[in-house]
Design a protein around this ligand. Structure first.
Ligand SMILES: *Cc1c(COP(=O)(O)O)cnc(C)c1O
Length: 386
């Protein structure tokens, strides 16, 4: 029995965070304006090679603003994944639109083959509009999530989106730092391939600002618009003139100060995650009845989350998690499918099979950037004993 608690995914705050936060506090710029926000946006823009970036309160807020840009209404539908965190889909409901749930492939990201089959068979094209035959709603966008830091199949997905003239919103909240190393999108970062991408800096993400998000795009008009909405759509700051309904979604200068420091260490974090992933993989892949899920070829992934895949004939997911827990090791099952959650149970889903299988077989194991190889060895000993 192991006595040392090993968490699943916790922040790593050992760089310039305290220094930069102190600078923000000493300047008394603590709210939704200030030099750190501008610096963080500039550094993020440079890191992912986008045309710009807009810092906001959370990944969820960023996704909401991104969807809002495409003018989605209750007469519209948005294609979304079922196997992901629910925050990727809730903004569709904030806009009163219908989510259409799509299956994943073995990357855990949206299956492009089913996406195409759905659009070809269940929709019609009418004057450049894509109409869902079942209820006449117009498909307005596709939300693609880069699950656990892996890249979705963007070559296929972008070619389908271009053919159907549908905008792609990349939920890259888990995939900051992931980029293609070959192919059509060589050098392109997750989040910068579709029309708009969103990152999250929640506490369990690869880097954190406590809470926060960032919208990136190569469309400057889009960036300008979401920036305007994120600060209550102020057209005249002196006279308080607002020509549109806005949101209070802007990041604070204190959060941004943490973000500037975290981004300085992002490549180091990825290197540690890669080292620990390979360390686990060497042992786990030689075991009977389980494996460690791989990442897409031709991609430098950020290795955010590690997925232990269990052979269902040999292992019971809940028992495995309990076993880890009894040994002070924090793990978790993959998310419950969104299309099976209470607010979404009655929504349309298209041929969901792969996601159901992975729901039963994946357990995420400790992956913090504070995790030492000795800690990983403790996790491996517990795995071997099961
Ligand atoms: C974390 C996450 C979000 C939401 O980000 P927050 O910053 O927590 O609002 C959205 N989608 C996915 C897939 C996530 O993992």
């Amino acid at each position: 029995m192991n006595n040392k608690f090993i968490p699943l995914s916790v922040p790593n705050i050992k760089g310039n965070e305290i220094k930069y936060v102190t600078e923000a506090l000493e300047a008394e710029w603590v709210s939704t304006a200030g030099a750190k926000i501008e610096e963080f946006e500039k550094n993020m823009t440079e890191y992912v090679h986008s045309a710009g970036a807009v810092a906001c309160q959370s990944g969820t807020a960023g996704l909401h603003l991104a969807l809002h840009y495409f003018g989605i209404t209750e007469n519209d539908a948005v294609i979304v994944p079922t196997l992901t965190f629910i925050a990727a889909v809730n903004p569709v409901k904030y806009e009163k639109a219908q989510p259409i749930f799509m299956d994943c492939d073995d990357s855990l990201c949206m299956d492009p083959i089913k996406l195409r089959r759905f659009l070809d068979n269940e929709c019609t094209k009418d004057n450049g509009k894509v109409i869902f035959k079942q209820n006449g709603k117009m498909i307005k966008a596709i939300v693609v999530v880069h699950v656990f830091g892996n890249m979705a199949d963007m070559e296929q997905i972008m070619s389908i989106a271009t053919e159907y003239n549908l905008p792609i919103i990349e939920d890259a909240t888990e995939a900051l730092g992931t980029y293609y190393t070959a192919g059509k999108y060589k050098g392109k970062y997750a989040g910068t391939i579709g029309n708009v991408g969103v990152y999250s800096f929640n506490g369990n993400k690869i880097m954190t600002t406590g809470g926060g998000g960032m919208i990136v795009s190569n469309d400057k008009e889009l960036l300008e618009k979401v920036r305007y909405w994120s600060t209550q759509s102020k057209d005249d700051v002196v006279n308080f003139i607002h020509n549109e309904i806005g949101f209070n979604y802007r990041m604070t200068n204190v959060q941004a100060a943490i973000g500037v420091a975290q981004l300085e260490r992002l490549e180091e974090f990825i290197a540690i995650k890669e080292r620990n992933y390979l360390h686990y993989k060497k042992v786990i892949d030689n075991m009977d009845g389980m494996s460690l899920l791989g990442f897409r070829d031709d991609v430098r992934t950020n290795y955010w989350f590690y997925s232990l895949v269990l052979d269902m004939d040999k292992y019971d997911k809940n028992k495995v998690i309990q076993n880890f827990s009894a040994n002070n090791i924090q793990t978790r099952p993959i998310w419950g499918l969104i299309s099976e959650q209470k607010p979404y149970q009655d929504e349309y889903e298209y041929d969901i099979t792969c996601a159901k299988e992975y729901y039963n077989t994946i357990v995420n194991i400790p992956c913090s950037t504070n995790l030492s190889e000795a800690d990983a060895d403790i996790v491996l000993e517990v795995i071997k004993s099961m």
